[in-house]
Design a protein. Structure first.
Length: 279
């Protein structure tokens, strides 16, 4: 009987692996195809074997030089980093206020902020474009950062509020009794306990900002100010496309996303599972 009970976890894990492995392979196939395409010759894209007979790295050199890859890569790093930091500042402060502080019209303001999530971003492009033009921020990275931060902060605030609500009120009351100010309590007591939530917001925001295309391509007219994704789109021609160069650029653009996720995956998983266990 004990042997049978000991075998149950092994059987369950084996069955889960058997079921999930095909889905993992299916999800990984586009990335593998992109990597292999970036290492093959142009004339073997659609008529050669999946694994090329001859590997070449010339597409990476072409992608690096033809679209000024370092310049636009830095633009993406700069824009994404500032956006993530700005969203974190607004989301953590407002999330803590809505979760743990009592002030007039708290629930009303929270609902009003959530209503902004109901509007699709594509429906707001024209009003936002005209607003930036009237403020003199059109065709500037500062205007793009304002749109990114203001558009992403409500959802991040919603996530951080949920994480702050999992913390016991007694912890905050004890810190107040010890004479700590709200800012001190927030910085020294609350923030260290919500690292899984912060990691979750960082990953979601980094992915959405790094891969954003439409707003950046609409707001910025100066090519030198564009982030990486709109510039990679220019590698697609009307009648023909240099697929090795395109996939080489896409492969290079994926590297920061993988690095950020690998560095924060433990905190991210802990944050996603935080609400699954109750004290």
């Amino acid at each position: 009987m004990s042997v049978t009970n000991a075998q149950k976890p092994w059987v369950g894990k084996s069955f889960a692996t058997f079921v999930l492995l095909p889905f993992c392979l299916l999800m990984a196939f586009p990335f593998v195809w992109m990597l292999l395409t970036s290492l093959r010759d142009q004339n073997t894209i659609f008529n050669g074997p999946i694994i090329p007979r001859h590997f070449t790295g010339s597409a990476y050199k072409e992608a690096w030089t033809s679209i000024e890859f370092p310049l636009h890569f830095w633009n993406s790093v700069w824009i994404t980093s500032v956006t993530v930091i700005g969203v974190l500042v607004f989301a953590t402060l407002s999330g803590y206020a809505f979760a743990k502080l009592d002030f007039p019209f708290r629930n009303t303001l929270f609902v009003l902020l959530l209503t902004t999530l109901m509007m699709p971003s594509t429906a707001l492009i024209i009003p936002l474009y005209l607003e930036l033009k009237s403020l003199g921020l059109l065709d500037s990275q500062a205007g793009l950062l304002i749109l990114y931060i203001s558009g992403s902060a409500p959802f991040a605030m919603f996530l951080m509020r949920a994480f702050f609500q999992t913390l016991p009120d007694e912890l905050i009351e004890a810190a107040r009794v010890d004479g700590g100010s709200e800012l001190t309590i927030f910085r020294r007591v609350i923030l260290p306990l919500t690292r899984p939530g912060i990691a979750t917001v960082v990953i979601f925001q980094f992915l959405s900002t790094w891969n954003e295309f439409l707003i950046a391509n609409t707001v910025l007219r100066n090519t030198d100010s564009l982030p990486l994704q709109p510039v990679l789109f220019t590698l697609m021609g009307q009648y023909s496309t240099n697929w090795p160069a395109l996939t080489a650029g896409l492969t290079l653009s994926v590297v920061p996303v993988i690095v950020v996720y690998v560095r924060m995956q433990r905190q991210f998983v802990a944050g996603m599972m935080l609400g699954a266990v109750k004290n």
